[in-house]
Design a protein around this ligand. Structure first.
Ligand code: SF4
Length: 446
């Protein structure tokens, strides 16, 4: 994942970008960056770490101007180094440009190889840099035409915001894998990955950028919309299950409500006799409330999460991941001791985290642990911007549900069905569910 934000015609745009990124921090904690423009020049600061670690008052004050783009990163392409933090900035024949990207380009290696053959020198390992090269090498006169020409050469998932000295461009791939919404702030505009960023800075949601649409922001004009590609929506359903914040509206629907609906469906599909419903915090909470409401089994916060540890799924190495599970989840002994628990989580990826959770709960005296997962088994990796491990590492690609149950040590284990998931999101078929059903809408080129 990653998050992007852009502000146009907003005084002190970089400061708003900072606060916006703060609310989007859950989409990536490895690096953060902001580029701003005062109409003459682009200014940029980026670095490794959380938004609050990368920026301070002095750095923000130097990011002058009334337009800005920002990014929080976790690595799905490229390396975990400061060079690969965004925005990516370049000087080229039309001036200066800064780009932020959420997604993953599926033909990136191929395009990069061709560009290198033609003499391009790359500064980073990021797929997003392809786009800058394609724009810089285009012979079109206007940036806008160059962006369209570049977009026609890339494939995969992209929610992009591009900032030139005087304009801002926001674009979503024709599949609309990743969210991107726009809002009004005073006389200016804001574009962001999630609507929770608008709430924090007091911007008023206007609409989502449509799949395949490019929106151009220019001073003194209303935003101009160009439908560059025919939309073929395959919005990432995993945004609802895991990534997005519950207070965001993603693809026009509230995440919290949908997660509760998933919990309700799960209770209908896989009821169990138990004393309490316990969520794995935080992303299991809303589904656990739904499960509890539907089943009538009381909801209890039996596990407390230490919020000062990053999300385990996002961290890049196994060693850190193992350590962090222990650091971040702690059961309340008095609540769970001697009780039969329905434990609600949003996914089982490698199985290691679930195994540790079941172990800790049993160590703390739980009588029975019934795991219920508010999504279908994850059987395939994502090529569209989510850092899922390889197919071999995904426990559900190798093990049956019963084998997984034995591995994690639960008394019972059940997953929400694909039909149940679809019912939860309103039987809307415009979603990508490739990591669950193997139907990849865009093939990976290598
Ligand atoms: S493969 Fe899964 S995580 Fe990736 S875009 Fe599709 S639904 Fe989302």
């Amino acid at each position: 994942m990653c998050s992007v934000i852009g502000l146009f015609n907003v005084p002190e745009a970089a400061k708003y970008a900072y606060f916006g990124l703060f609310s989007l921090q859950h989409r990536g904690q490895e690096a953060a960056g902001i580029a701003s423009s005062d109409g003459e020049k682009i200014y940029i600061t980026k670095g490794r770490g959380l938004v609050t670690q990368v920026f301070d008052e002095t750095k923000l004050t130097k990011l002058i101007g009334s337009s800005a783009v920002g990014h929080t990163r976790y690595s799905t392409a490229g390396e975990d180094s400061v060079l690969d933090a965004q925005p990516i900035f370049a000087r080229y024949d039309l001036g200066q440009i800064a780009v932020v990207h959420n997604g993953n380009l599926t033909n990136a290696k191929q395009v990069r190889r061709e560009l290198i053959k033609e003499g391009a020198i790359f500064q980073t390992f990021m797929d997003t840099e392809n786009l800058i090269h394609l724009i810089a090498r285009s012979h079109k006169e206007h940036l806008y035409d160059r962006i369209i020409e570049a977009l026609q050469q890339i494939e995969g998932a992209y929610s992009l915001i591009l900032l030139s000295r005087k304009k801002m461009f926001a674009v979503r791939d024709p599949y609309g894998f990743r969210p991107l919404s726009m809002a009004k702030l005073g006389d200016g505009w804001v574009v962001a990955s999630e609507t929770c960023a608008f709430d924090l800075i007091g911007a008023e949601y206007v609409r989502d950028i449509r799949p395949g649409e490019l929106v151009v922001f220019e001073e003194g004009k209303e935003p101009r919309s160009i439908q560059v590609f025919e939309p073929t929506p395959h919005k990432c359903i995993f945004e609802y299950i895991y990534f997005a914040r519950p207070d965001s509206n993603i693809f026009g629907k509230n995440v919290y409500k949908l997660r509760k609906a998933m919990g309700r469906e799960l209770a209908k599909e896989y009821p169990v006799e138990a004393d309490m419903v316990v969520p794995v915090p935080d992303s299991g909470v809303a589904s656990a409330i739904g499960y509890s409401e539907e089943s009538g089994i009381p909801f209890e916060l039996g596990i407390i999460r230490n919020h000062y540890v990053g999300r385990t799924f996002i961290e890049p190495t196994q060693a850190i991941r193992d350590l962090k599970v222990k650091m971040k989840l702690n059961p309340i002994k008095n609540v769970i001791k001697g009780k039969r628990l329905v434990v609600i989580d949003d996914s089982i990826v490698r199985g290691t985290t679930s195994k540790k959770i079941v172990n800790i709960l049993k160590d703390f005296g739980a009588k029975e642990v019934h795991m219920r997962i508010s999504a279908p088994p994850t059987t395939g990796p994502c090529y569209y911007g989510v850092d899922t491990p390889t197919k071999e590492e995904l426990i559900s690609s190798r093990y049956s549900v019963e084998e997984t149950r034995k591995y994690i040590g639960a008394d019972t284990l059940a997953y929400l069905s694909i039909d149940g998931l679809l019912r939860s999101v309103g039987n809307d078929l415009s979603y990508c569910m490739a990591c669950f059903d193997g139907n990849y809408p865009v093939p990976l080129k290598e």
